[in-house]
Ligand binder design. Structure first.
Ligand code: PLP
Length: 452
């Protein structure tokens, strides 16, 4: 930090403050974790200075032998860990990984047949008329994904995101009575809509998904099954999600982030079968520029860590802790979407506490508990204020907390949500954002949170 302080002390101060914040509060954001020192050091070094557009052994720049080494190691660890035919480790983020995957499927199923029809080897060889026709055909494709309020991600076809603009999109939700994914409803929607891509995966659905059934549905309608396992990749790596619940043997293409339950650097990755590999490897120049060699090095380190036996223990503890947290909350009277969890996250419906998600999130933050507000299915408060708070256990599990501490954590959350009251605007009208909470309650909870 002293080296940074000499150049820009405010940055050094922010880093130091962040370390304190992340240690003194309870980090319950389901998509966050604590990367190991080995991962952090692999990321912060001279590899960062290298340009390496292209793929391993086929770069558009000279002097890439060390980048080739780290990229090949990351890909090899990913293939071995997940049992995938092919791994592409260049995407800078989860969104980038999804973009690579979308365009790889479009290249395989739309562009390649169009080139074959025109007798061309490359898009540059197409006539202007054939090129226009291909661009229209690319724009006509469909995707079926989980709706945002049921727990899907904005890249799964949400209109404000590019995925909702690239594809004609339709979404499937969850059963209003149980909150669970209704496979018959997904099948019916797929039969009617005939998507190019059937998308599975989630950011806020607290249950497992049966990918064998999703593949059956995709095959029946001729769709490509794409699974975005960004949230639960660590549970797949740690062999908690196996058989029907492991997406890799069932999906045609799988994307993930590397920084959530997988506990690596911030970044993305694509796994796929052989048939898609050549298209996925064109991620650069299709939608990516130069990869981040330092981050690929950190991915290699994190994936090597995830191949160690103790990562399986870690993954099992994540779900045990989430179950204990859900149980502790339910016992105290909290309402949980789907009534519980069988993955790493719990979605609390805070309407029973008389709060919006925004009020609950702020009250918890002021009490040393970091969460994020999240829509619940058919949320009356919309995606900004919401009616839910999402909590997850990957980070606290890394810190060594166990099921007893999860019960204490449930008590802290329930104490704050019970004590917080909706606030009013300056003009005295009811506010969806403001809340009141007695400072002594916030202080006492923050003290107990710091002790954990
Ligand atoms: N996919 C899912 C399911 C996610 O939950 C997220 C992030 O929250 C992403 C993709 C996007 O990842 P990133 O923030 O790295 O772009």
């Amino acid at each position: 930090l002293d080296v940074i302080r000499r150049v820009e002390p405010r940055v050094a101060d922010a880093i130091a403050a962040e370390i304190t914040d992340q240690r003194a509060s309870l980090k319950l954001i389901a998509s966050e974790n604590y990367a190991s020192p080995a991962v952090l050091l692999a990321m912060g070094n001279w590899l960062s200075d290298k340009y390496a557009e292209g793929t391993i052994g086929r770069r558009f720049y000279a002097g890439c032998r060390n980048v080739d080494t780290v990229e090949a190691l990351a890909a090899e660890h990913a293939r071995e860990l997940f049992g995938a035919d092919h791994a592409y480790v260049q995407p800078h983020s989860g969104i980038d990984a999804n973009l690579v995957a979308f365009w790889a499927v479009l290249a395989q199923k739309v562009e390649a047949p169009a080139l074959a029809r025109a007798g061309a080897r490359h898009v540059n060889d197409l006539t202007e008329a054939d090129w226009s026709a291909l661009r229209r055909e690319l724009g006509d494709q469909r995707m079926l994904g989980m709706s945002l309020d049921a727990g899907g991600h904005l890249t799964h076809g949400f209109r404000p995101n590019i995925s909702g603009k690239m594809f004609e999109q339709r979404s499937y939700g969850t059963d209003p009575a149980t909150g669970l994914l209704d496979y018959d409803a997904v099948r019916a929607a797929a039969r009617e809509f005939r998507p190019l891509i059937l998308m599975a995966g989630y950011s806020a659905y607290p249950r497992k998904v049966n990918f064998r059934i999703m593949r059956e549905i995709a095959d029946e309608v001729g769709a490509t099954l794409m699974v975005d396992m960004a949230h639960f990749a660590g549970l797949v790596a740690g062999k908690v999600f196996t058989g029907d619940f492991d997406p890799v043997p069932h999906a045609n293409i799988v994307t993930t982030t590397t920084h959530k339950s997988l506990r690596g650097p911030r970044g993305g990755m694509v796994l796929c079968d052989e048939a898609l590999a050549e298209h996925v490897d064109r991620g650069c120049p299709m939608v990516l520029g130069g990869p981040l060699p330092n981050v690929m090095a950190a991915k290699a380190v994190a994936l090597a860590e995830a191949r160690q036996p103790d990562f399986r223990t870690y993954a099992q503890r994540i779900v045990d802790n989430a179950a204990a947290l859900a149980e502790g909350l339910t016992r105290r009277g909290a309402a949980l979407v789907t009534g519980g969890t069988d993955n790493h996250l719990v979605l609390i419906d805070v309407t029973g506490y008389g709060l919006t998600g925004r009020q609950a999130e702020e009250a918890l933050l002021d009490s040393g508990i970091v969460t994020n507000r999240n829509a619940v299915p058919r949320d009356p408060n919309g995606a900004w204020y919401t009616s839910g708070v999402r909590v997850g256990t990957p980070a606290l599990t890394t810190r060594g907390l166990g099921t007893a501490e999860m019960d204490e954590t449930a008590d802290l959350i329930h104490t704050v949500l019970t004590a917080a009251e909706p606030g009013t605007t300056a003009a005295g009208a009811p506010s969806k954002a403001k809340y009141t909470l007695e400072p002594k309650i916030a202080e006492s909870v923050a003290g107990r949170a710091a002790d954990l």
